[in-house]
Design a protein around this ligand. Structure first.
Ligand code: FAD
Length: 471
């Protein structure tokens, strides 16, 4: 973080330099607007510093070690040892390269970067608190991009030692011998998988009766079974009720619906029960903006709040709390402020879980499409029929398409596969372009790749797949 000089006025002030805010700043600068980006902690926000990038770095390191350790089928015999302190150093280098890049891109686009906390004074003034004092900055337009933070369980304060949030769990310099994770959403499951592969004894406690609600039973079941094979111990229908210190760690006490208690000893507990929007750092009252009951800032289809000159983007503006959704909102609000005819369209926002195997979804599921009134057809390709999957020593997973029976338009796709995070992009583009399943089925896909499963699943929607047609 570099600059604390605060100008007196700016056309656009952006509060928060996460994926939403920094992208808005770059786009606004490209469009010739005079823009000031205020960040109180770290350029790149949660995603680059404490979320997406650190978690994917840890997952990739744990995957590499696990793959080497379990390569027996392929004639590989190794006993790798992960030095987590070195992994964290490498991860920090990756983060530094990216956050440095963000800073440079913002500066190159002409944005003024200010290190400080911004707090609205009224609808055209923001107070910026920096190390060098407090400054008033007047603006024509404001973009609130203050992001989100981990939800704390009552009586389970994060202490950076035994009760951790995901940010603290991603900074550990040694894999804990044992780790209890409260919450089996995507963050809990990604870290459960990574730490299990890094050698920790992982227990997951979840109030519901399955992991990853919202991703579909078939996907959740596959990932749960795989995690169980990795040694993760699941306890469903239990909520974290209490804890006490123990020599060398902590004892977590859970309670089920009937009041029955259970206890789990661990070195550390990670609480991953969800994230909440950050609105308490900016004084929304001064703008006359009332947050929703869930604490989000409501916006219209162009990112505008109830106040004409104030926009909100990213996690603070509502679900899905994902970096790529924040980035797109950042681009759109910059264009809207510059007077361009831009608008938001959420029909193809992919969501990915970087577990083993990965899960990816985009568009509608079969049930959602039926609820929306479509006469639905589906097509599926199991990965056990994929030559590429077998050469990767896996046969678990599937690619599934959902389409409209009348015209064949693609409505959505769900994938459980290695690199599902990459494969889903094809379906996102197909949705954006209004492609039919026949378009996808008639596209020549490279052989041998996992992407052939897209073609095969699409062909199966009309029952003419070559390799996996169900007779
Ligand atoms: P943030 O990135 O949270 O940035 C907000 C910024 O605003 C922060 O830097 C904060 O310091 C600053 N700020 C707040 N108040 C003020 C103020 N008053 N003045 C100045 N600055 C202020 N998403 C994905 O799409 N893919 C993933 O793989 C993924 N993995 C994740 C893994 C983890 C462990 C976590 C925690 C999150 C993950 N996410 C992922 C979610 C992703 O990080 C968020 O969706 C994304 O960061 C939201 O961007 P944002 O710009 O809205 O806010």
């Amino acid at each position: 973080m570099s600059d604390t000089h605060v100008p007196d006025e700016t056309e656009v002030v952006i509060v928060g330099a996460g994926p939403g805010g920094y992208v808005a700043a770059i786009r606004a600068g490209q469009l010739g607007l005079d823009v000031t980006l205020v960040e109180k902690e770290a350029y790149g926000g949660t995603c680059l510093n404490f979320g997406c990038i650190p978690s994917k770095a840890l997952i990739s390191a744990a995957d590499a070690a696990h793959e080497a350790a379990t390569g027996g089928n392929r004639g590989i015999h190794a006993d790798p040892d992960i030095d987590l302190a070195e992994t964290v150093d490498w991860k920090d280098d990756v983060v530094d390269r990216l956050t440095g890049g963000v800073e440079q891109l913002c500066e190159r686009a002409g944005a003024t970067l200010v290190e400080g906390r911004a707090e609205f004074a009224d609808e055209s003034t923001v107070a910026v608190h920096t190390d060098e004092g407090d400054h008033e900055l007047s603006f024509d337009h404001a973009v609130v991009a203050t992001g989100s933070r981990a939800v704390e369980l009552p009586d389970f304060p994060f202490d950076e030692d035994t009760i951790l949030d995901s940010r603290q769990a991603l900074a550990l310099e040694e894999a804990p011998e044992s780790l209890v994770i409260v919450g089996a959403g995507y963050i809990g499951m990604e870290l459960a998988t990574a730490y299990a592969k890094a050698g920790a004894d992982v227990t997951v406690v979840e109030m519901l009766d399955e992991i990853l609600p919202g991703y579909g039973a078939a996907a959740s079941e596959l990932v749960r079974e795989r995690a169980t094979d990795l040694g993760v111990d699941f306890h469903f229908g239990e909520r974290a009720a209490d804890w006490r210190d123990r020599d060398g760690g902590i004892t977590l006490v859970t309670e089920d619906e009937g009041g029955e208690k259970a206890e789990y000893d661990a070195e550390k507990v990670l609480v991953a029960i969800g994230r909440e929007p950050v609105i308490d750092t900016v004084t929304l009252d001064a703008l006359g903006i009332e947050p929703t009951d869930d604490g989000f800032i409501e916006t219209d289809g162009r990112g505008r709040t109830e106040r004409e000159n104030v926009f909100a983007i990213g996690d603070v503006a509502g679900e899905p709390m994902l970096a790529h959704k924040a980035m797109r909102e950042g681009e759109v609000v910059a264009e809207v402020i510059a007077g361009e005819p831009a608008a938001l369209d959420y029909q193809a926002v992919p969501a990915v879980v970087f577990t083993d195997p990965e899960i990816a979804t985009v568009g509608m599921t079969e049930d959602e499409a039926a609820d929306a009134g479509y006469d639905v057809i589906t097509g599926e390709m199991p990965l056990r029929a994929s030559g590429r999957a077998l050469t990767l020593d896996t046969d678990e997973g599937f690619v599934r398409v959902v389409a409209d029976a009348d015209e064949g338009y693609l409505l959505g796709a769900q994938l459980v596969a290695p690199e599902a995070s990459e494969l889903v992009a094809e379906f996102g583009l197909a949705l954006e372009l209004g492609a039919t399943v026949e378009d996808i089925a008639a596209t020549i896909h490279t052989h041998p790749t996992l992407s052939e499963a897209a073609k095969e699943a699409a062909a199966n929607a009309h029952d003419h797949a070559i390799h996996t047609r169900n007779d």
